[in-house]
Design a protein around this ligand. Structure first.
Ligand code: SAM
Length: 356
């Protein structure tokens, strides 16, 4: 295949606070693209497919690891070789590349859309409804804390994958307040545009819902037995805003204070400096009494001085973290153009303001 830039993306701008140009310029190989935002588009088809399985060399794995780390923070160690090979093989085939080296050379000149497909292929999206179920009663109690009674209340699912986590949070809200109009909304974000699309559709095979109680299934889903799937009820769906956010981005266009952040089972793929950078960006966005929920195998008790563990993989802000949160709340101003700010509108609706 000729080495040429793939077609430029003209995809819808779903990003938060990014100039349109960030979506369309070509991507220099190896350069950090923390502003990566273009939605996924299926790779081009019609190229001849390589007949045999192509194996990945160590040198190409290293090139892939540099890209994955620069753009998504994901650390790929040599023991991930087979996984990487398997996940990228369809992209190689789709572009008719005969080796990973050839594919990477093409990627060097590709636009954001192709780089997005590469990132989407490398993310691990395992999730489930009410995963790590002990978090949800803690969230339910937390939300009723009178110290959090302020306008524009938000819970952020910061790596929502196919949406199960965000819908579990939304179900918890409805159950806590006994209403489909709770005073809190859910912001659900992920770097991977393919999983976000799935999340927004909110349709799941029944097998993924088998652990939900009959009551929840009835209240929150429309079941289609024949299709073997269930769709999230629109009343529940309307409590959530889905957006693409890369946790590596230098800034997130979100308005503090956020009542709770779910950042579960994503920072395990990052190195310690990246984890600490992200934690230091969470603190000023949170309500001083806000909570951070992390995954079962994560521990941030030694990652800076902003969070203290409450046990059960739940963290609260330390006195220093609270101070930061309080100050940033007082100082927060909408960005000058208000472009892309995720902000709740009275009486607590989330919305994204886009550039005209
Ligand atoms: C294993 S899933 C976790 C889903 C859910 N939080 C849970 O615990 O069930 C990890 C998610 O993190 C996302 N992710 C990876 N790197 C990311 C980044 N730099 N920014 C935002 N999301 C990222 C992946 O796309 C994936 O959907």
């Amino acid at each position: 295949m000729k080495q040429r830039p793939w077609r430029q993306s003209n995809a819808e701008q779903t990003a938060l606070a990014l100039p349109t140009s960030a979506h369309t310029r070509t991507v220099p190989f190896g350069a950090a693209r923390p502003d990566l935002k273009a939605p996924v588009v299926p790779p081009a088809v019609g190229y001849p497919l390589p007949a045999v399985e192509v194996s990945l060399t160590d040198a190409d794995l290293r090139r892939i690891a540099v890209l994955a780390h620069a753009h998504a923070g994901i650390v790929l160690t040599p023991n991930k070789k087979l996984m990487v090979q398997g996940r990228l093989q369809p992209l190689l085939r789709a572009h008719g590349c005969k080796s990973y080296g050839e594919y990477l050379n093409c990627l060097q000149e590709a636009d954001a859309k192709q780089l997005q497909a590469f990132i989407n292929a490398l993310t691990t999206n395992l999730t489930a409804f009410f995963r790590e179920g002990h978090h949800f009663p803690i969230l339910a109690k937390h939300l009723l804390d009178p110290r959090l009674h302020h306008p524009h209340r938000v819970v952020w699912s910061a790596a929502c994958s196919t949406g199960e986590e965000a819908y579990s949070i939304a179900m918890t809200l409805v159950e806590s307040y006994g209403s489909f109009a709770p005073p809190v909304r859910v912001l659900a974000t992920d770097i991977d545009t393919a999983v976000l699309k799935h999340a927004e559709q909110g349709v799941y095979p029944l097998t993924r819902l088998r652990d939900l109680s009959e009551q929840r299934l009835k209240r929150f889903f429309i079941v289609d037995e024949q299709a073997g799937s269930a769709a999230v009820r629109p009343e529940l769906r309307s409590l959530i805003v889905f957006r693409q956010v890369n946790l590596l981005d230098a800034a997130w266009a979100m308005r503090p204070p956020i009542d709770a952040i779910f950042c579960r089972n994503v920072m395990i793929y990052f190195d310690k400096p990246t984890q600490e950078r992200i934690l230091s960006k969470f603190a000023p966005l949170m309500h001083p009494e806000g909570l951070l929920f992390v995954g079962h195998s994560e521990n941030y008790t030694r990652s800076g001085d902003l969070f203290n563990s409450r046990g059960n993989t739940v963290y609260e802000l330390s006195p220093h973290g609270k101070e930061l949160a309080q100050r940033s709340r007082e100082r927060w101003r909408p960005p000058p153009s208000a472009a892309g700010t995720v902000r709740p509108e009275a009486p607590a609706r989330l919305s994204v303001t886009r550039k005209p």
